[in-house]
Design a protein around this ligand. Structure first.
Ligand code: AMP
Ligand code: ZN
Length: 114
């Protein structure tokens, strides 16, 4: 998608702090961190949301978990813990229509959520 912010980040058309990128996923720092560690783990394919995925995307989206796991190890928060969040649609305040997994950690978080 030519006018998608995250597609532009993947293609390095706009700057971001990319920690990891392979042929399937990109991991980069959230520009407005909500926790000491706040990364976004996204597929390189433009999939708008969970609602916008189809079954053929299951393998790609599974790789978001592997990417988050590796990123948490790299950031030193694998043992202390972290939260993975995918906001979908207006009630969840999904602002960018390119599916993204938030990886939040580095400090104790609010409980319960919501
Ligand atoms: P969401 O509300 O789930 O759609 O989350 C969108 C996230 O993208 C927010 O946490 C923003 O801070 C983040 N964000 C927006 N623009 C950028 C950018 N240029 N680089 C990195 N993160 C961004
Ligand atoms: Zn996109």
């Amino acid at each position: 998608m030519t006018d998608c912010l995250f597609c532009k980040i993947i293609k390095k058309e706009i700057p971001s702090e990319i920690l990891f990128q392979d042929e399937t996923i990109t991991v980069f720092k959230d520009i407005n961190p909500a926790a000491p560690v706040h990364l976004l783990v996204i597929p390189n394919k433009h999939i708008p949301s969970v609602r916008g995925m189809d079954e053929s995307d299951e393998i790609i989206l599974g790789k978001l978990f592997s990417g988050a796991k590796a990123a948490a190890e790299k950031m030193g928060i694998a043992e202390t813990g972290y939260r993975l969040i995918i906001n979908n649609g207006p009630d969840a305040h999904q602002e960018i229509s390119h599916i993204h997994m938030h990886l939040l950690g580095g400090g104790n978080m609010m409980h319960p959520m919501g």
